[in-house]
Design a protein around this ligand. Structure first.
Ligand code: HEC
Ligand code: HEC
Length: 342
C-alpha cells in the first residue's frame, strides 16, 4: 500500500470509528416541555444544580454522596441497563419499544416489589434484591453474578436517576399549578421527596403470623379464599387470568401501559417465589398496578394470607410439572405438600 493510501486510511479511521460518543443528556419529560418557557427555565436550572448530568450525577439532598461510587454505578448502568432503561431512567432505552412489560420508568419513583405497604417507597435493599435476582417472566435479567459492590453502586445510580425524575415531576406540578416559580418551592419539594424515602425504613412490615409448614389443608383453605375474596375476579377461578375482562387488557398501570392480572400458573412469579414474596404481594398489593393490598380485608384472618400463599405456590408449580391444565377450577392435590419454591 502506498504511503498516501495509508495516510488516507488513518484519517478515515480517525474521523469515523474512534470519535467519542456525545455526552448523554437528560431528556425532559413531556410535562416539563409543556410548561411556559419562563417557568421551564428556573425548573431546568434547579434540576441542573441539584442533579447535574447523567455522566456526573448528584444525589438529591445528599450533595456529599460518594462520587466515585456513583461513577462505578454509572459504568455498570451504561454497560448493562441503559439499553432498556434509557440514559434518563425513563424506561425508554433503544430496545424498550419491543418489550412487554416495558422496562421501568424510574422517574415516577414507583417500584413494584417492596417490603413496604402499597404506595410507600421501597427500601434500597428491595431494589438490590430485585436487580440481583431479576424479574422472572419479564426481560429484566438477573445480575447475581456481578460483584455485590457493582449491584449496590448501580442501585444508587438508579436512585439518583429516580430522585431527579421525582424532583422534575413534582416541581412541574407545583410550578404549573401556582403558575409561578415561588421562592420556597425547591426546598419544600426536596424535603417532601426526602421525607417519603426516609419514612420507608419505618414502614417495613413483617407477616402477622409465623409461616406454617404448608399442607394440603392450607391449599384447600387457600383455594376457598381465592374464590371468595375476589382473587378469582381478576386472576380467574383457575388462576390463569383467562377471564374475558382480563383478556381485554384495558387495565392500565401507573406508567400508562396496559396490564393484566398475572397468570399465576405460569411458574414465573415476577416478585419471587419464596412464601414471603407472595405474602408481601398479597398483603400489600403491587405498587403502580391494579393488584390491590389485602391487608385491610384480611386483617382479622391472618392465617388466610398464608393459605393463599400455599394455594398460589401450589398452582404456580403446576405448569412446571408439565401438567396440561383442564379449564375451570384447579383441584388441589389430595395429599402431597406444596412443591418447593424456587
Ligand atoms: C433487557 C431489558 C432490561 C435490562 C437490560 C435491565 N432491565 Fe431492569 N427492568 C426491565 C423490565 C422489563 C422491568 C419491568 C418488569 C415489570 O414491570 O415487572 C425492569 C424493572 C427494573 C426495576 C424495577 C423493580 C421494581 O420493583 O419495580 C429496577 C430497579 C431495574 N429494572 C433495574 C435494572 C438495573 C439496575 C439494570 C442493569 C444492571 C437493569 N434493570 C437492566 C428490563 C431490563
Ligand atoms: C383488581 C384485580 C386483582 C385482584 C382482585 C387480585 N389481583 Fe393479583 N394481580 C393483579 C395484577 C394486575 C397483577 C400483576 C401486577 C404486575 O406485576 O404488573 C397481579 C399479581 C399478583 C401476584 C404476583 C404474581 C407475580 O408474578 O409475582 C400474586 C401472587 C397475586 N396477584 C395474587 C392475588 C391474590 C391471592 C388475590 C386475592 C387475595 C389477588 N391477586 C387479587 C390483579 C389482581
Amino acid at each position: 500500500m502506498s504511503r498516501d493510501w495509508m495516510l488516507l486510511a488513518v484519517c478515515l479511521l480517525g474521523f469515523s470509528g474512534c470519535h467519542r460518543a456525545p455526552e448523554p443528556e437528560f431528556t425532559n419529560s413531556a410535562e416539563l416541555q409543556a410548561l411556559k418557557p419562563e417557568l421551564q427555565a428556573p425548573v431546568l436550572k434547579a434540576l441542573g444544580e441539584q442533579c447535574a448530568t447523567p455522566s456526573h450525577p448528584k444525589m438529591l439532598w445528599r450533595p456529599a454522596f460518594d462520587t466515585a461510587h456513583l461513577q462505578r454505578g454509572l459504568a455498570v448502568y451504561r454497560k448493562r441497563c441503559v439499553q432498556c432503561h434509557g440514559d434518563s431512567g425513563d424506561g425508554n432505552g433503544p430496545v424498550a419499544g419491543s418489550l412487554y412489560p416495558r422496562p421501568r420508568d424510574y422517574r415516577k419513583g414507583i417500584f413494584k416489589f417492596a417490603s413496604t405497604p402499597y404506595g410507600a417507597k421501597p427500601l434500597r435493599t428491595d431494589l438490590i434484591r430485585t436487580v440481583s435476582r431479576g424479574i422472572s417472566g419479564t426481560s429484566m435479567p438477573a445480575f447475581h453474578l456481578l460483584p455485590n459492590a457493582d449491584i449496590e453502586a448501580v442501585v444508587d445510580y438508579v436512585l439518583a436517576l429516580t430522585h431527579r425524575g421525582e424532583l422534575e415531576s413534582q416541581l412541574v406540578l407545583e410550578v404549573g399549578s401556582a403558575d409561578a416559580y415561588e421562592e420556597d418551592v425547591l426546598t419544600e419539594t426536596i424535603d417532601t421527596i426526602k421525607g417519603r424515602w426516609e419514612q420507608a425504613a419505618q414502614q417495613v412490615y413483617y407477616p402477622l403470623t409465623i409461616e406454617p409448614v404448608f399442607t394440603a389443608e392450607h391449599i384447600i383453605a387457600g383455594k376457598a379464599a381465592f374464590l371468595s375474596k375476589g382473587c378469582a375476579q381478576c386472576h380467574g377461578a383457575d388462576g390463569r387470568g383467562q377471564t374475558p375482562e382480563n383478556l381485554k387488557g384495558d387495565r392500565k398501570d401507573a406508567w400508562g401501559y396496559s396490564t393484566r392480572a398475572a397468570d399465576l400458573t405460569s411458574g414465573m412469579l415476577r416478585g419471587g417465589g419464596r412464601p414471603i414474596d407472595l405474602y408481601r404481594r398479597i398483603y400489600s398489593g403491587i405498587n403502580g398496578t391494579p393488584m390491590p393490598a389485602f391487608n385491610n380485608v384480611l386483617k382479622d384472618e391472618p392465617d388466610t394470607i398464608w393459605n393463599l400463599v400455599a394455594y398460589v405456590l401450589h398452582v404456580s408449580g403446576r405448569r412446571r410439572t408439565g401438567e396440561i391444565l383442564p379449564t375451570g377450577d384447579i383441584a388441589p392435590y389430595i395429599t402431597g405438600v406444596v412443591p418447593a419454591a424456587k
